[in-house]
Design a protein around this ligand. Structure first.
Ligand SMILES: C[S@@+](CC[C@H](N)C(=O)[O-])C[C@H]1O[C@@H](n2cnc3c(N)ncnc32)[C@H](O)[C@@H]1O
Length: 218
């Protein structure tokens, strides 16, 4: 993403961070969101002592479920480029010992190759721009250990007509190339980088989860 556009996006997320959690609360039942995040944390397949990355962590809603999975000997790192969002995430995990926050662009991750046992991105993949997507996926693949899983959760195309219209408006606002990418070539994007890709419907039936696996060491 070019400099000016990137600064604009960061400014937008900084402003949004003040109301983000209340906005999410208003648009979904708190319980269903929480169990959805637990489900995503379970899908990444990490266990006690593992190291896991949450990309575009926002206000850090994925951090507590991931922290419980890896336990006190493990480590969770939440990455985001918005200081405002990271401040909210910091407030959320202030008492949690195994969580670190990192300000960075997810298309240029400041980590060594083969560092993490797993990585998640929740309701943020569609926020990335066309040209950034391949760079992002290459970076995630690079920092994952062989055999590690990257899991992505986004809304599935809604079945109810009015909600479906709002969904299409959201993705159309991202441009025609992006819309086509989402609707036609989504799985191919993952398959061009990861060796194994599986798509599941979350138990709510309203979100989809892609589980992408990096080839195990030969
Ligand atoms: C919808 S919000 C947060 C979603 C959060 N994962 C959740 O489940 O609530 C999207 C987040 O992505 C972050 N973001 C977008 N593009 C990014 C990029 N290129 N690098 C780092 N963070 C980015 C924004 O700052 C924002 O916090």
């Amino acid at each position: 993403m070019k400099g000016a556009r990137r600064r604009l996006r960061i400014g937008y997320y900084n402003a949004f961070s003040r109301v983000y959690d209340s906005f999410i609360q208003m648009h979904s039942s708190g319980d269903s969101r929480t169990s959805l995040r637990d489900e995503l944390a379970a899908s990444v397949g990490v266990g006690q002592g593992d190291k896991v990355l949450d990309l575009c962590t926002g206000t850090g809603a994925m951090l507590p479920p991931l922290s419980r999975r890896v336990g006190k000997d493990g480590q969770v790192v939440g990455v985001d480029f918005s200081p405002g969002m990271l401040q909210r995430a910091h407030d959320r995990v202030a008492d949690t010992v195994n969580v670190e926050l990192c300000r960075a662009d997810v298309t240029n991750l400041p980590f060594e190759d083969n560092t993490f046992d797993g990585a998640t991105i929740s309701h943020a993949f569609y926020e990335l721009n066309g040209e950034d997507i391949e760079r992002f996926l290459r970076e995630v693949h690079r920092v994952l250990k062989p055999g590690g899983h990257f899991v992505m959760m986004e809304h599935e195309v809604p079945t109810r007509a009015v909600i479906r219209m709002l969904y299409y408006l959201r993705i159309l606002s991202m441009g025609s190339a992006k819309t086509l990418g989402i609707l036609r070539h989504e799985q191919e994007q993952f398959e061009s980088i990861f060796q194994h890709v599986e798509k599941r419907l979350a138990s709510s039936g309203e979100s989809k989860i892609y589980i992408c696996t990096k080839r195990d060491a030969d």
